[in-house]
Design a protein around this ligand. Structure first.
Ligand SMILES: [Zn+2]
Length: 497
């Protein structure tokens, strides 16, 4: 659901910035995606997020001597799905390599990854930018294992860090693009399009706040209109799309200023420092040789037979375009609704669950496109974590359809349910919001309103139909939104017209 609005003109307002128009950023991404397999890539430990530290580990993912990895077939299939959807070449044979480095959250002292023969090579992803469709080329898609996590105590005086290896061995794919993007808008479109595709492929839940989807940026600048690439830096520690955009803005400015002042950009890895709103140098960029890659002798090569490849392709989940067409045919939705609802897989799934609970597709679509999407965006929350569940939304629309609550009350109930997570039917019951359809009771409010608004009555009697609605409004106000508007209208017509 992460769709950010980004104003490309903001960054040109800084008067201290050199002539920005002369330089443009050149941007590529390395995207790490944790796959949503039930178990890890080389052992049968679960991949559940948020368990107590070091409770999902075994000798294999702890890197004990003498153990042997066994490849998770599902992880390979998820990587294949992704590579296919990104139009990659899928070689018939690929293998795993050891990437050697020392890090406390990687007890083996090497990461099992793919360097020489990746599961997918080449390919592309088309993105929609303000300037039209743009094709971003892929370099490769490869499969690897995640490392553990270091936990740094909040106490600034603490002189230790803790290691949690629950994440070690979680299957990851890394999607490496070519540097084909040249603005923050391009980068945003790429991130959103890729996230959306991964969700549709059902290979990851893409929860950025849980580190399931992680963006690393490589960025250089060059004089606009020229072809030659400048020296790039890589930036890590970008934990949201917003941060990526801030980082692009900052790095474009930093590198441009360096060049304008006659300096040069160093090839290095930098870290985003959220507090400073700036990047800082982390280490000079390592080259592939530093890792001493070599084929992992414990794992046989992966043989992607044409039959296997075809089977994976045949079982790809329903993608956006197919779902959009089905929404039009199955639910009778207008093209416009179907397009908005299928722009994000989690939103589409939420909608379908609501329709299953109360089959009024168009009314539910209206609620989704206005109230639900507005709240999701404002709260920056994924549909799965939204306090109002699909059944709750269905209940609200059902209560309207059954005449139990008015549309206006429904909006209030919605707001309360979103705020508190309470069940809408329970809110209506507990707060006595059930619509009053008893004509005798409604008539009392109508009579009061007539008695209190003689000028309106006069206008209505003189044939001013617009005033009828104003008087209906007065009655609704008296009933605190509970009077059935149809009955109110009928009573006013009977009494005054
Ligand atoms: Zn394990």
């Amino acid at each position: 659901m992460t769709v950010l609005n980004y104003n490309c003109h903001e960054r040109t307002k800084d008067p201290s910035m050199p002539a920005m128009s002369k330089y443009e950023p050149v941007i590529g991404f390395e995207v790490h995606v944790e796959l949503c397999t039930a178990t890890k890539i080389f052992c049968s430990c679960p991949t559940t997020f948020g368990s107590p530290p070091n409770t999902q580990v075994c000798p294999v993912c702890l890197g004990m001597p003498g153990v042997l990895p066994v490849l998770n077939r599902r992880a390979v299939e998820f990587a294949l799905r992704t590579a296919m959807a990104l139009n990659c070449n899928i070689p018939e044979r690929c293998n795993f390599d050891r990437k050697n480095y020392y890090y406390p959250d990687l007890p083996k002292n090497y990461q099992i990854s793919q360097n020489y023969a990746c599961i997918g090579t080449g390919g592309w992803l088309d993105i929609e930018t303000p300037a039209g469709t743009k094709r971003v080329r892929m370099n490769n898609v490869h499969l690897e294992e995640d490392a553990g996590k270091l936990i740094h105590p909040e106490d600034p005086g603490a002189d230790y860090s803790l290691v949690d290896l629950n994440r070690a061995g979680t299957p990851l794919i890394e999607i490496v693009s070519e540097p084909d993007m040249s603005s923050a808008e391009d980068a945003l479109a790429y991130m959103n399009t890729l996230k959306n595709l991964l969700e549709y492929l059902e290979v990851s839940d893409c929860k950025m706040q849980e580190g399931r989807l992680r963006f690393e940026l490589n960025i250089s600048v060059r004089e606009a209109g020229t072809e030659r690439l400048g020296t790039k830096v890589e930036v890590k520690n970008l934990n949201s799309m917003k941060t990526v955009l801030k980082c692009i803005e900052h790095e474009t400015w930093r590198q441009t200023r360096l060049l304008e002042e006659g300096g040069r950009v160093m090839q290095e890895t930098r870290l985003w420092d959220e507090a400073a709103g700036a990047t800082r140098a982390m280490r000079s960029k390592e080259v592939a040789n530093d890792y001493r890659y070599f084929p992992d002798p414990d794992l046989v090569e992966i043989h992607v037979t044409p039959e296997w490849r075809d089977a994976v392709r045949a079982h790809l989940p329903e993608l956006q375009e197919a779902k959009r067409r089905r929404f039009i045919e199955e639910y009778g939705l207008p093209e416009y609704d179907a397009r908005i609802l299928t722009n994000s897989k989690p939103v589409a799934s939420y909608y379908e669950a609501a329709v299953a609970a109360h089959p009024n597709p168009k009314a539910l679509s209206n609620w989704m496109m206005t109230e639900v999407l507005r709240e999701l965006n404002a709260r920056e929350v994924e549909p799965a974590d939204f306090a109002l569940k699909p059944a709750g939304l269905a209940a609200i629309v059902r209560m309207i359809d059954e005449g139990r609550i008015s549309g206006k009350i429904a909006k209030d109930v919605f707001a309360k349910a979103v705020e508190s997570g309470r069940d809408p039917a329970e809110i209506v019951q507990a707060e006595g919001l059930v619509q009053v359809t008893d004509a005798g009771e409604v008539e009392k409010w109508v009579d009061e309103a007539i008695a209190e608004n003689p000028d309106m009555v006069e206008k209505i009697r003189a044939g001013n139909t617009k005033t009828v609605q104003a008087l209906v409004g007065q009655v609704m106000k008296k009933s605190r939104g509970k009077a059935n508007p149809k009955i109110v209208n009928e009573l006013i017509a009977a009494k005054l017209c």
